[in-house]
Design a binder for this molecule. Structure first.
Ligand code: PMV
Length: 335
C-alpha cells in the first residue's frame, strides 16, 4: 500500500465536498523522551521501534484552513506567504494532494507556530497534526483518533504523537500497511513535571531528520545497538512515567538522547547536530547535577536542548539558565 491507498482506505466514501468554509485547530509540539530514529518503511513513515513523548502545552501550531477561490493553494506561516516552490510548501502540497482526490479544491492554509521552525523543536510534527485536525473539521469527516494519528504520520512520523497533550505513546506496529502504527495518549497527569526549552540557535537545520535517519540506518555500523537500547529505554521510561519516578525518567531520557547522538556520529558521513554551545550547556547541566540540582536534558535533530526538572526547582533552574523558557505541560489540562 502507498500513502494514497491508506488515505483512500481511511476516508472511504467520506470525501464529500466541504460542508463548512473555514476550520481551525491547534496541535502541541511534542518532545520524545524515548526517541524514534529510523524508518522500516520510508514512504509510510513506519518506525523500527515504539517511542514515547511529552507534549509542550500551548507551544505548537495553530492552523486555519479555508477553501480558496484562487486556482492554487496558498500557505502562510506566521503571517508570511510561503513560496510554493520551496521544499516546505512542496511537502505540504504533496500532503494535501492526498486528500483532494479528483476534486479541484484549493486551500488557503494559515499556520502560526510559536516555536523555532526546523530547529529540532518538533515544528513539522505539530504542523502536520494541526493540519489533519483542521482538514477533518473542514470536510466533516469525523475521523476517529486512530485514523487521525495514522494520517498525521503520513505527513511526518512524529506528527502522529502531536494530536494530544501530556504523555503520548506511538506503538511501532508490525503490519506492512502500518494500520497498527499509531499513537495514543498515556493517561498520566504529572503536574510537577516541567520542561525547559533552551534555544541555542534558531537557524534552520541543514540536514533534515528524514535524511539523517536514513543515513544512520544505512551507514552506521551501530544502528542495531540503537534498536536494542531504545527497546530497553522504552520500558524503563514507560515505568518511570507510570510510577512518577523522576530520577528514572530523567536518567533514561538523557541516556536515550546521548546514545542517539553518539550513534548518529558513527554514520558516514557523520551527523553532528550539536554546536559548541550545545556541549557547553550539556557540561553545565552535568556539573549542576553533581551539586544536587536534579535536572536532565534531551536533544533532538538540532542543537537545542530541552531540560527536565520538577516544579520546586524552577527558580533555581531559571537562575542558572536565564534564557530558558519553562513549560508546564499539564497546566493546559486544568486551565
Ligand atoms: O518525525 P520527524 O521526521 O520530524 O523525526 C523526529 C525525530 C526526533 O525528533 C529526533 C525523535 C522523535 O521521536 O521525535
Amino acid at each position: 500500500m502507498n500513502k494514497q491507498d491508506i488515505v483512500n482506505h481511511l476516508l472511504g466514501k467520506k470525501n464529500k465536498k466541504s460542508a463548512i468554509k473555514f476550520a481551525e485547530a491547534f496541535a502541541p509540539a511534542n518532545i520524545a523522551l524515548c526517541k524514534y530514529w529510523g524508518k522500516r518503511n520510508l514512504e509510510l513513515n513506519l518506525p523500527y521501534q515504539s517511542s514515547l513523548s511529552i507534549s509542550l502545552g500551548n507551544k505548537g501550531a495553530h492552523t486555519s484552513i479555508s477553501i480558496s477561490d484562487e486556482k492554487r493553494d496558498r500557505i502562510y506561516v506566521n503571517g508570511k506567504l510561503i513560496d510554493e516552490t520551496c521544499n516546505f510548501a512542496q511537502r505540504v502540497i504533496a500532503y494535501i494532494n492526498l486528500f483532494r482526490k479528483k476534486q479541484s479544491i484549493y486551500y488557503k492554509i494559515q499556520t502560526r507556530i510559536n516555536i523555532p521552525i526546523a530547529a529540532g523543536v518538533a515544528s513539522s510534527a505539530c504542523g502536520f497534526a494541526a493540519l489533519i485536525r483542521a482538514l477533518d473539521q473542514l470536510h466533516d469527516w469525523k475521523l476517529d483518533d486512530k485514523s487521525l494519528s495514522i494520517l498525521a504520520r503520513l505527513g511526518s512520523g512524529s506528527a502522529c504523537r502531536s494530536l494530544w497533550h501530556g504523555f503520548v505513546i506511538w506503538q511501532r506496529g508490525a503490519t506492512t500497511d502500518g494500520m497498527d502504527s499509531y499513537a495514543a495518549p498515556l493517561l498520566v497527569q504529572w503536574n510537577d513535571l516541567c520542561i525547559g526549552l533552551l534555544v541555542l540557535s534558531k537557524k534552520q537545520k541543514k540536514l533534515s531528520s528524514r535524511l539523517a535517519m536514513q543515513r544512520t540506518v544505512v551507514t552506521s555500523p551501530n544502528y542495531s545497538c540503537w534498536l536494542k537500547k531504545v527497546n530497553q529505554d522504552f520500558q524503563i521510561i514507560y515505568d518511570a512515567v507510570l510510577n512518577k519516578n523522576f530520577q528514572q525518567l530523567g536518567q533514561s531520557t538523557e541516556s536515550n538522547a546521548v546514545t542517539l547522538h553518539t550513534i548518529m556520529q558513527t554514520a558516514d558521513p557523520p551527523i553532528v547536530y550539536s554546536l559548541p554551545e550545545t556541549l557547553r550547556y550539556i557540561q553545565k547541566i552535568i556539573q549542576l547535577r553533581a551539586t544536587g540540582l536534579e535536572i536532565y536534558f534531551t536533544q533532538d535533530a538540532g542543537p537545542n536542548l530541552k531540560l527536565l526538572f520538577l516544579k520546586k526547582d524552577t527558580e533555581n533552574v531559571k537562575k542558572h539558565f536565564p534564557n530558558i523558557e519553562v513549560i508546564e505541560p499539564f497546566k493546559i489540562l486544568y486551565c
